[in-house]
Design a protein around this ligand. Structure first.
Ligand SMILES: [Zn+2]
Length: 352
């Protein structure tokens, strides 16, 4: 079965900030076709797809978040310029000179320009040039008369960054690969999962970027025995960063997470995934991330505790609109997750 990179393109180019994942959810539902026949959507907007397996087998919740970092409109000024509230962590240095889409309820989406209110180089003083503006100083310019803006734009409207997805051959690059690439791995795995050895609850979760909120409630509802989060991680194997801070390397395979600041993966799950990867010849690497979290952090601490791990897609330029991932790593993630869910005993803790 060929890997569906056109689906990855559509996932990347679809817009959905925390709490506004509806277009992404509709796309995933459509991509799953008959597999989503019995899918349900809960009050938080999580899309939950359950697959039967042997009745006495463990229930594995696999979670990938649908939301991307973005903004809502916080203020419209007298001239029609918009100020923004971020939903999720941005580095403002990545926000200069960007096109954005303002999603209005009645007027439809409107394109605009995002830039800080600072002087162009021609009239800036040396002091002006040293300042890094805060997010508060960035404005959206819709290029419309103020009265048109005020009539169409409402406080709270979603604002997303605009960036076409590009396929560069061995790698792909685009916006929202965190975590549409995880959603893609989950869809591609469900399409290949002919004989699951476990019971599976696939959760396309919401509001991860503001604190794992969709995973908190879905883990409570699903009541899994084991949790697997699918997300991106840092691949800082680029000039300017010492080798020991790279975390992962692009193209060296799916990353099996040992720890981040939300979870310490159960050691037996790390070992089980590593053993499977070796047995199946799947490219893999291990990840120790100093700071950051995934849905595994919510699943692991649900109820009385759930053994959890994360499979990560290494990504260069994380939380920018040019996030770069290697096809080899993405395909390794699909292969390893498919093997994990298809192998009897892989999701069961070793006997004490
Ligand atoms: Zn993420």
């Amino acid at each position: 079965m060929n890997h569906d990179y056109d689906l990855l393109r559509r996932l990347s180019e679809t817009d959905g900030i925390p709490g506004r994942e509806e277009a992404v959810r509709a796309l995933i539902r459509d991509a799953l076709g008959g597999l989503a026949a019995d899918a349900r959507v809960d009050a938080m907007g999580n899309l939950i797809v359950e697959l039967d397996g042997p009745a006495d087998a463990p229930l594995v919740m696999v979670s990938a978040h649908m939301d991307e970092i973005g903004f809502v409109v916080r203020h419209v000024d007298d001239k029609g310029f918009l100020r923004l509230q971020n939903h999720g962590g941005f580095d403002v240095r990545n926000l200069f000179a960007r096109h954005v889409r303002v999603h209005t309820r009645h007027g439809g989406p409107r394109l605009g320009v995002l830039n800080p209110g600072v002087k162009p180089v021609h009239i800036a003083t040396p002091e002006d040039r040293k300042k890094v503006p805060t997010l508060d100083e960035f404005v959206v310019d819709l290029g419309l008369p103020a009265e048109t803006v005020r009539a169409e734009v409402r406080i709270g409207d979603m604002v997303t960054l605009v960036q076409p997805f590009v396929d560069l051959g061995d790698v792909v690059s685009g916006k929202a690969m965190d975590d549409r690439s995880g959603c893609w791995v989950l869809v591609e795995t469900l399409r290949r999962l002919t004989a699951p050895a476990v019971r599976v609850a696939a959760v396309f979760s919401t509001q991860e970027e503001v604190g794992l909120r969709g995973a908190i409630t879905s883990a409570f509802a699903v009541q899994p025995d084991v949790g697997v989060a699918l997300d991106t991680t840092l691949a800082v194997d680029t000039p300017g960063t010492p080798e020991h801070l790279a975390v992962t390397r692009l193209g060296e395979g799916v990353a099996i997470k040992v720890r981040d600041s939300s979870t310490i993966s159960q050691a037996w799950l790390v070992d089980a995934l590593a053993d499977l990867a070796v047995a199946e010849g799947i490219a893999h690497q291990f990840e120790v991330l100093p700071l950051g979290g995934t849905d595994a952090g919510a699943i692991q601490r649900s109820r009385g505790g759930v053994a959890s791990v994360t499979l990560s897609n290494p990504s260069r330029y994380v939380h920018t609109v040019v996030e770069m991932l290697a096809k080899r790593d993405l395909e390794a993630a699909v292969a390893l997750l498919t093997a994990f869910l298809s192998t009897a005993g892989a999701a069961s803790p070793p006997k004490a």
